[in-house]
Design a protein around this ligand. Structure first.
Ligand code: TMP
Length: 209
């Protein structure tokens, strides 16, 4: 049995991830690939419960960065063991809307948690690395405007623009250290252009020897 491949999708707030998740799903389906779509924090009932706690705007100004970091990794530990690894082991591909890069970006860049601390949690709690990661890159102001137009803001969306600038910079730092894994997509483009870029990059990657 060939192990499934693990694809992740990342980006700041309002980058247009939902549309891209659908494009990835459609492209895999066209090729007859068996896949599962999931998200982080979340992806299992317990991990979704942790997500609700971690993002609840009620804890704005209360939740400490350390608590937040441990919560996103608690959700991930559950998700990886209950869902991601069993699927990959069964030959199924897994596409996750966010994964560990989001922790380096939000808890690392955004909250200032040391990268070594995140790496230690990753080695222990998330023992599988993505094979391919799409980063949807959009200027903070444009992304936040899109996210805010959706209504009710969660705890992250309530953060200042500077926080989101640090998140964006941290994503770019991740790309710099692991360029072969990332495909950076300019998410200022129209939805159709973003969709076409993602599809082309995905097919190229799948067809690579
Ligand atoms: P989203 O599904 O709309 O992207 O919302 C998830 C939020 O959770 C988003 O603000 C990013 C944040 N997040 C972290 O802060 N750390 C993480 O490790 C993950 C996976 C998400």
């Amino acid at each position: 049995m060939t192990r499934g491949r693990f694809i992740t999708l990342e980006g700041g707030e309002g980058a247009g991830k939902s549309t891209v998740m659908a494009v990835i799903a459609a492209t895999l389906a066209e090729r007859g690939i068996v896949y599962e779509m999931t998200r982080e924090p979340g992806g299992t009932p317990l991990a979704e419960a942790i997500r609700a706690l971690a993002l609840d705007a009620h804890w704005t100004g209360v939740m400490r960065p350390e608590t937040e970091l441990l919560l996103v990794f608690a959700a991930r530990a559950q998700h990886v063991r209950e869902r991601v690894l069993p699927a990959l082991d069964a030959g199924c591909w897994v596409v996750s809307d966010r994964y560990t890069d989001a922790s380096y970006a939000y808890q690392g860049g955004g909250r200032g948690q040391p990268a070594e601390r995140i790496a230690a949690l990753e080695a222990w709690a998330a023992p599988v690395a993505p094979d391919l990661t799409f980063l949807l890159d959009v200027p903070v102001e444009q992304g936040l405007a899109r996210a805010f137009s959706r209504g009710e803001r969660d705890r992250m969306e309530r953060e200042q623009a500077e926080f989101h600038e640090r998140v964006r910079a941290a994503y770019h730092a991740r790309v710099a250290t692991d360029a072969a894994r990332f495909r950076v997509i300019d998410a200022r483009q129209s939805q159709a252009e973003v969709a076409a870029s993602v599809k082309a990059e995905l097919l190229r990657w799948m067809d690579a020897p």
